[in-house]
Write a protein of this length. Structure first.
Length: 290
């Protein structure tokens, strides 16, 4: 990028082509997000001000962000936030970036929770808190416990709870899965989790954006990718109230084995739910009625 006068339109075109040549998946979207962030405006404003020239400081800010993206740093980490189910969540490399696939779990959870549900939900391996905090925001009478083994991840969760104004109804617990989680009288109505589910042998083959920047702890699911699913299945049933449900996000090709693990752990009514790509993305099991 030279010191010549650049308009927003020219800058967007240049960024898009640069990212496309480097093989980035969404070059135009990345360009729009980074330029808008550098200029402190939304993406619509970029197009309303297409012909506006940028000053030297603005070009410098864009150049710095572009360099970070060229190194394959995810846009969400550069911006410090990611949209999920209609809300913005703060993110940093201590937590996995929320993804649209996980909204499948949210849709099913909301279907299980009446609008006035005054009950208890547990989010295991909360990370950014996008699952549990979204449920708290969508169901204003809900009490949500969010557990994570990483204190750094819980700091991000806390920030997001404050941003969404749900702190009075959430409880953050540092815990290795269920180990330190207090169980409410009668148990949880719902337990949700998006655990690491990528087989260990496949982790090093992930895209550079993921492998270099996102926490391996949140990705590596062991030999077959199901280590954490096994532990969740084994520990969840006794913490659920009768007819309470467990929802776990899984990877491609894991549905049959995942459902078998739930059945082996004593869950009934075991089913899967497909994402927008028609891929089985969530497994569900229920504790039997008393």
């Amino acid at each position: 990028m030279s010191a010549d006068t650049w308009t927003i339109q020219q800058l967007l075109t240049w960024c898009t082509e640069d990212f496309r040549k480097r093989g980035l998946d969404s070059p135009r979207l990345d360009a729009e997000l980074l330029v808008a962030h550098a200029l402190g405006v939304d993406r619509v404003r970029l197009y309303l001000d297409f012909e506006r020239p940028l000053d030297a400081e603005e070009r410098k800010l864009v150049r710095e962000l572009v360099e970070r993206r060229r190194r394959r740093e995810p846009v969400a980490y550069i911006l410090g936030e990611r949209a999920f189910y209609g809300r913005m969540f703060r993110v940093r490399p201590d937590v996995l970036i929320p993804r649209p696939d996980s909204e499948t779990l949210i849709e099913r959870a909301l279907a299980l929770l009446p609008a006035d549900a005054a009950t208890h939900v547990l989010d295991v391996g909360a990370g950014s808190g996008c699952l549990g905090l979204t449920l708290a925001a969508e169901r204003p009478a809900l009490q949500v416990t969010l557990a994570d083994i990483s204190p750094s991840a819980l700091e991000v969760t806390r920030d997001n709870a404050e941003q969404l104004a749900v702190t009075e109804r959430v409880n953050l617990v540092r815990s290795d899965l269920f180990a330190s989680v207090p169980v409410p009288d009668g148990g949880f109505r719902l337990i949700v989790s998006n655990p690491p589910y990528i087989p260990s042998a496949d982790v090093d083959a992930l895209m550079p954006d993921v492998l270099r920047f996102e926490p391996r702890l949140a990705l590596d699911g062991g030999r077959d990718g199901l280590d954490l699913v096994r532990r969740l299945a084994q520990g969840a049933r006794e913490r659920l109230q009768p007819e309470g449900a467990l929802l776990i996000e899984i990877g491609v090709g894991q549905a049959e084995d995942g459902m078998a693990l739930l059945r082996e752990a004593g869950f009934v009514g075991v089913v899967t739910h497909r994402d927008l790509g028609r891929i089985p993305r969530v497994i569900e099991g229920r504790r039997a009625a008393a």
